[in-house]
Write a protein that binds this ligand. Sequence first.
Ligand code: UD1
Ligand code: UDP
Length: 353
Amino acid sequence: MKLITVIGARPQFIKAAPFSEVFRKKHTEILVHTGQHYDSNMSDIFFNELNIPKPDYNLAVGSGRHGKQTAKMLEGIEEILLNEKPDALLVYGDTNSTLAGALAASKLHIKVYHAEAGLRSFNKLMPEEQNRILTDHISDLLFCPTETAVNHLKNEGITKGVSLTGDIMYDAVLRNIPIAQEKYKNTLTLPVSKKNYYLATVHRAENTDAPDKLKTIFQAFNELDKPVLLPLHPRTKNIIENMGLSLNNINVIDPVGYLFMLYLTANAHMVVTDSGGLQKEAYFLKTPCTTLRDQTEWVETLINDWNILTPIVCKNILQTVQRKISINTPQINAFGDGNAAAKICEAIERSLK
Ligand code: UD1
Ligand code: UDP
C-alpha cells in the first residue's frame, strides 16, 4: 500500500523511526515533514541519530499562531494528497501537525490512521487535547498505546477500527537505550554527577504562557537539594529571556538529541517535567518522575508513585520532588511489549483484507 505519514514535531520523529523501519519492508511510505519544528537540535538531529528516512516533502511552515500554522499545513498537505493519491494517511500524537494531516485527508475521503489514539487529559484548554479529540473522531484506524486509551475511545462511542498495539515510544526506548548507554558511558561532562541531579524539561503552553507559573517553577528549581539539568525547549527559552530569572541551581543547556536524552534520563535521580513523552521514558527507565501539571494522560505511571503530579506552587513542587524514593517499587506493564510498530503494521494489513 501507499501511505503518507505526516510528522512535524520532536516527539513525532522519535515515534516515526520504529514504524518506518517495519512498514517500509513491505509497503511504500511517503514522509511529509510540516516544518513545525525546524532548529537542527529540534529536527535534523533525530533524523540523523535514528536513521529516519529523509522526508519526501518539507512544508517549512515554521512557527506561528495556532490557526495560521495549522492552516498553512492544511494547504500544503492537501496539495500533496491530491498529487500522490495515497491509500491512507498516518499521524502521530496530538500536535498541530497531527490535526492538520488528519483533517486534510478526511476532507478528501482518504483514510486516516492515528497512532497514540485515545489519550485524554480531560482538560479541553490544552491544545493537545483539542488536537487529539478531533483527530480520533475522524480516524478510520486508531492505534492505542494502553487499555486506558481504548476505554476512553469506547466512552466516546469509538470502537470501530480501534486496536491495542502498545506504545511505540516503548519500542524506541528498548531499541535505543543500549546504544545510548554505550555511546555516552563515562562521558557525562556536565556540571552534575550521576544519580545526583534532577533532569527537567518545561515547554507546555499551560506553564510557559503564564509568567507567574514559570517564575514559580524556576524558583522551586533554584531551591532544590540537587542541581537541575534543564535542556531548554526554544519556546521556553524565548519566553524567559527577558524575565530576569535567576539560575543559581539550574544548568541550562540547549535541547539535546534523543540518545543523550535517554542517557540523561536513565542516570538522573528524578525527572521533573511537563512533557508527555518524558514521563513515560522515566517510567520505562525506572527513574522516578514529578510532573509539573494537574493532569496526565499517562495515568499508569502514577501507580506506586513512580510519577506524581504537582500543582505549580513552590512548596508543593519542593515537597514532591524531594520525596523519599524507592526504585524497587513494582511497576505494571501497561505499555505493551516493545513491538507496537509491528502491531500497527499488522492492524493496517488486516484492514486491507
Ligand atoms: C509542540 C506541540 C506540543 C508538543 C511539543 C513537542 C502543538 C500545539 N504543540 O509544542 O504538543 O509537546 O511541540 O516539543 O502542536 N521554536 C523554535 N524552534 C523550533 C521549534 C519551535 O524556536 O524548531 C519556538 C518558536 O518560538 C515557536 C515556539 O517554539 O513559536 C513553539 O513551537 P510550536 O511548534 O508552536 O509549539 P511547541 O511548544 O513546540
Ligand atoms: N527529548 C529530546 N531532547 C530534549 C528534550 C526531549 O530528545 O532536549 C525527547 C524526549 O526524550 C522524548 C521527546 O523528546 O522522547 C518528548 O518530546 P517533548 O517533550 O518535546 O514533547 P511531548 O512528549 O511533551 O509532546
